[in-house]
Design a protein around this ligand. Structure first.
Ligand SMILES: [Zn+2]
Length: 541
């Protein structure tokens, strides 16, 4: 026995590291489910029949049901950037999915990953718009792993959505892949490559799209919008990810590879039907065996199997109960008349500042940021502070004006008038001049330099814009339901169990960085979830 021990020590550190588990796994997977609220896993727990689907995290992993984003702008692009970088918007600067940048376009908003310097590759009709991570002003966990290995680690990002594929994986990746919305074919950009690799071309020219369409029962129409809202699109996405793992031989190198994977279908469906619908439950139940299959695949394709894989699971944001559903239960709920409010603001500002000229002062954009046109105000000799203060002051009145007479009969079980909880100006947020409260801290974490001049608006709770007359829903607020996501880790360092300590999605990057002994990402504010880590892994390996 002594001889065997001596022989093992004699093999040195490298051989020891190649054994089943140590602080250098073969593959780290950052798995995101889009619009996956923190209550879903327990709500539907009894439905999960497979061993290595969601139960990989619930039974074999460290599960943190009390995970909340610590900012207010709970949207997809900032959510994925937060997961990748371990920072909030005041650290990575991604505020929303798209915003007005009048220096780049006067006719359309620009997306968080749009970059004309790097045209898309693939057959996209939008090739010229381009894409890159250049708006993300922080490094990601994957970036740090690549840097720490002198570029030897492989890093890839996959999602149906460009922003989810790009912002989670980061800058130093070999590639991010997402789909063309119309055709469903996979694409990337010249930020990473001149042309799609052969295996992606092979995948795109296979019958994979047709099979997904057939499975979904949707032979024609926009792939992303129609097929994307069905479990067939999850299957399609995982099918592609498996092809990536095989082609790039992820998890078979002498350093740790990193894969970020964001499942989009829960969000595409969720906006239309809401979190309480049987359709969304069916979607989540369908994903369980799909994940089981995917992790079994990794078990046979990664050196040493799943014992050499670490996985985190989370969502990029939660979601509000559909206003119609909330109202039925007697909750105050409203459809927020965002477009009408902005039109009213423009009418009132024009009357006040440039009578009869029909000047456009309010651009709108994605809540919680209401963007205004700095040039229009500057032409009237107003600076940013004055312009933002003027708009902030007018918002409650404009909102009341567009709802006048619509709610004359009080009904505690019907939709109610939309309200505003607070409005802050960009100048105020830049100076951290907000109430010294929990809510104030959340809003400060949402600060971005993007989008020109703007005011930050939080409607009352259970209030979302649009949303199919109240039956659909959305997410963008600092309320708990939008900030609540699950957090779970699977892998050798984690002691399986359920932990009720509060965590944040920024803890993923912090925890993996600590366990991998690499620098944490450049703006990371997360904490290491030491309560779930085996003592031997707290020591230097
Ligand atoms: Zn999302």
């Amino acid at each position: 026995m002594a001889a065997v021990v001596a022989l093992l020590f004699g093999l040195g550190l490298d051989a020891a590291h190649a054994s089943a588990y140590d602080a250098r796994p073969k593959l780290v997977v950052i798995l995101v489910l889009d619009q996956f609220r923190g209550d879903y896993l327990d709500r539907y727990r009894a439905d999960f029949k497979t061993e290595d689907g969601f139960n990989l995290f619930l039974k074999k992993g460290a599960y943190f049901p009390e995970c909340y984003y610590d900012y207010g702008n709970t949207m997809t692009a900032p959510g994925h950037s937060t997961i990748g970088t371990g920072a909030y918007t005041n650290g990575h600067n991604i505020g929303v999915n798209e915003w007005w940048d009048l220096s780049r376009s006067k006719t359309a908003m620009v997306s968080s990953v749009q970059d004309a310097d790097y045209p898309l590759v693939g057959a996209s009709a939008d090739a010229a718009l381009g894409a890159s991570p250049s708006n993300e002003l922080a490094s990601t966990l994957g970036d740090e792993v690549v840097l720490s290995t002198g570029g030897r680690a492989k890093l890839f990002g996959v999602s149906l959505k460009d922003r989810a594929a790009i912002l989670t994986s980061g800058h130093a990746s070999q590639a991010a892949y997402w789909i063309d919305h119309v055709t469903g074919r996979w694409e990337s950009s010249t930020y990473w490559m001149k042309d799609l690799p052969g295996w992606v071309k092979t995948f795109n020219s296979s019958d994979a799209v047709e099979r997904a369409r057939k499975e979904a029962g949707i032979p024609t129409g926009n792939f992303y919008e129609k097929v994307g809202a069905t479990p067939a699109a999850v299957e399609y996405e995982l099918h592609f990810t498996k092809a990536l793992v095989e082609a790039e031989k992820l998890g078979t190198h002498d350093v740790t590879d990193v894969l970020t994977l964001s499942i989009s279908s829960t969000d595409i469906l969720g906006h239309a039907v809401g979190p309480d619908s049987p359709e969304q439950r069916k979607m989540i139940d369908a994903i369980d065996p799909q994940l089981d299959d995917f992790f079994r695949f990794l078990n046979t394709h990664v050196d040493g199997g799943l014992a050499n894989v670490w996985v985190s699971l989370t969502g990029d944001h939660g979601v509000a109960t559909s206003p119609a559903t909330a109202a039925k239960e007697g909750m105050p709920a409203a459809v927020f008349p965002y477009a009408a409010m902005n039109a009213e603001l423009n009418k009132e500002l024009d009357a006040k500042l440039t009578p009869g000229k029909q000047t456009k002062f309010v651009l709108g954009g994605e809540l919680p940021f209401v963007q205004i046109d700095g040039e229009s105000f500057a032409a009237e000799k107003m600076n940013e502070r004055a312009a933002e203060q003027m708009v902030a002051g007018m918002i409650p009145g404009a909102l009341a004006e567009v709802q006048k007479g619509q709610f004359s009969t009080p009904d505690s079980h019907a939709l109610r008038p939309a309200t505003v909880r607070h409005v802050y100006t960009k100048v105020q947020m830049a100076a951290a001049d907000l109430p010294n409260t929990e809510e104030g801290r959340l809003i400060l974490h949402s600060y971005t330099t993007n989008g020109g001049w703007w005011v930050y608006v939080t409607p009352g709770f259970n209030q979302v814009p649009g949303g199919h007359g109240g039956t659909g829903t959305s997410h963008f607020s600092p309320y708990s339901y939008d900030r609540h996501v699950p957090l779970a880790f699977f892998g050798g360092p984690f002691v399986p169990g359920t932990y009720l300590e509060q965590t944040q999605p920024v803890d993923i990057a912090a925890t993996f960085a600590a366990l991998l002994r690499v620098n944490r990402p450049s703006a990371c504010v997360g904490r290491v979830v030491t309560e779930a880590i085996r003592p031997e892994h707290e020591a230097v390996p």
